[in-house]
Design a binder for this molecule. Structure first.
Ligand SMILES: Cc1cc2nc3c(=O)[nH]c(=O)nc-3n(C[C@H](O)[C@H](O)[C@H](O)COP(=O)(O)OP(=O)(O)OC[C@H]3O[C@@H](n4cnc5c(N)ncnc54)[C@H](O)[C@@H]3O)c2cc1C
Length: 350
């Protein structure tokens, strides 16, 4: 009797491959697996697909996807979803992959915090940096404003049209959103605790130009207090380097103080992690545990670059090895999507 014997058939889902993470790389894995007739389920803590692309920079342009000169994080996600449509992957959103067990028949059983159990011969971890949590600035009572007038990410730029926006921080997110929101905000003020930035130099230069043109304000200052009612911000208290304080009107506050990445339960999957990353070989992108693969930002190998492009490449190689585990008695024939009529059929373009 195997480990499933005590459960009802309905409570355990069975598939070829279970993927942790529906970021761009997890989504592309659905496509590559689908071409080989491998079915999959994806689990993601977020409530929608896209990972960092949709969570952190949905409207920012990406310029280094081969063949696509410019595409936003959201558009790339939408196009990946369109590309994987023929393969009918099953998504489990809002669920944390929380436990992993090897079954006596050699397959893996992944459990989520919502009670879903998925059994598959192959587990693919495409969990990026894990679940990312924005760093909350140490300002008393800020929780009451979060999601109403204090935001740690920009989901829809339109939300800030005509508002008095205050941005705090000195990294890429703070500078990028300063430049992107300046044309639509009623007023925009950037504050940073020093007159030096970690952001890309061209963004800093452009920000300084906007200050010179009196289109935005910049202060070397820290936010000391928030003022408002029912979560709606009306003003903030700022303090300069000389500790002099002043009140400034603002009805939207975007603190960009970085993200804390929490790997979460994957750390307990017994994967021989190195600095919270999963070491893999570069032929198959398999971890040290046979049957468990890691692709995208979560893996590490000599020369690794955390780019979408790298994750796509890793995925194409990973599925070749995954196929042999899922279909040990079948031969794998290499085929081009341009010329294979069997691939055309799978893609619904025959
Ligand atoms: C501001 C910014 C700009 C960028 N610009 C570019 C660019 O121009 N070009 C480029 O190539 N790259 C860029 N990147 C990097 C790129 O976004 C990442 O390389 C890419 O998102 C990695 O994809 P992924 O699928 O591996 O991981 P992610 O996108 O991080 O997705 C991982 C998913 O796994 C989920 N997850 C994690 N742990 C669990 C768990 N235990 N259970 C369930 N779900 C889990 C997460 O919720 C997440 O949705 C940028 C990144 C940032 C932050």
């Amino acid at each position: 009797m195997n480990d499933l014997s005590h459960q009802t058939a309905a409570s355990v889902l069975e598939t070829d491959v279970v993927i942790v993470g529906a970021g761009p790389i997890g989504l592309f894995a659905v496509f590559e697996l689908g071409l080989l007739d491998l079915k999959c389920h994806l689990v993601d803590i977020l409530d929608r697909p896209g990972g960092q692309c949709t969570e952190l920079y949905p409207e920012k342009p990406i310029y280094d996807i081969p063949g696509i000169p410019v595409i936003s994080g959201q558009e790339l996600t939408d196009r990946l979803l369109q590309q994987i449509k023929p393969f009918h992957a099953q998504f489990h959103f809002g669920e944390m992959a929380s436990a992993l067990k090897k079954l006596p028949d050699g397959r893996w059983r992944l459990s989520t915090d919502a009670g879903t159990q998925i059994v598959a011969p192959v587990l693919v971890i495409a969990a990026g940096g894990g679940s990312f949590v924005p760093k909350r600035p140490p300002i008393a009572g800020i929780e009451a404003y979060e999601g109403k007038s204090v935001f740690y990410a920009v989901r829809k730029m339109e939300q800030f049209r005509g508002r008095d926006v205050l941005i705090a921080g000195g990294g890429d997110s703070a500078l990028d959103w300063t430049l992107n929101l300046a044309p639509i905000a009623k007023s925009l003020t950037l504050v940073h605790h020093r007159d030096g930035f970690r952001a890309a130099q061209h963004s800093v230069s452009r920000m300084r130009e906007l200050v010179n043109e009196e289109k935005i304000d910049f202060h070397v200052a820290s936010v000391k207090a928030l003022h408002g009612d029912n979560g709606q911000l009306e003003a903030v208290t700022l303090a300069g380097p000389d500790r002099k304080e002043w009140r400034q009107e603002a009805n939207a506050f975007l603190p960009f103080f970085g993200l804390t990445i929490k790997l979460g339960p994957i750390a307990d999957f017994g994967l021989n992690l190195h600095e919270n990353l999963i070491p893999v070989d570069t032929a198959k992108f398999e971890s040290a545990t046979p049957g468990i693969f890691a692709i995208g930002d979560i893996n590490s190998y000599p020369g690794k670059l955390k780019l979408i492009l790298s994750g796509f490449h890793e995925t194409a190689l990973m599925v070749q090895a995954a196929f042999h585990i899922c279909r040990p008695n079948e031969k794998l024939r290499f085929q081009y999507t341009t010329s294979s009529s069997s691939l055309h059929k799978k893609l619904g373009v025959a």
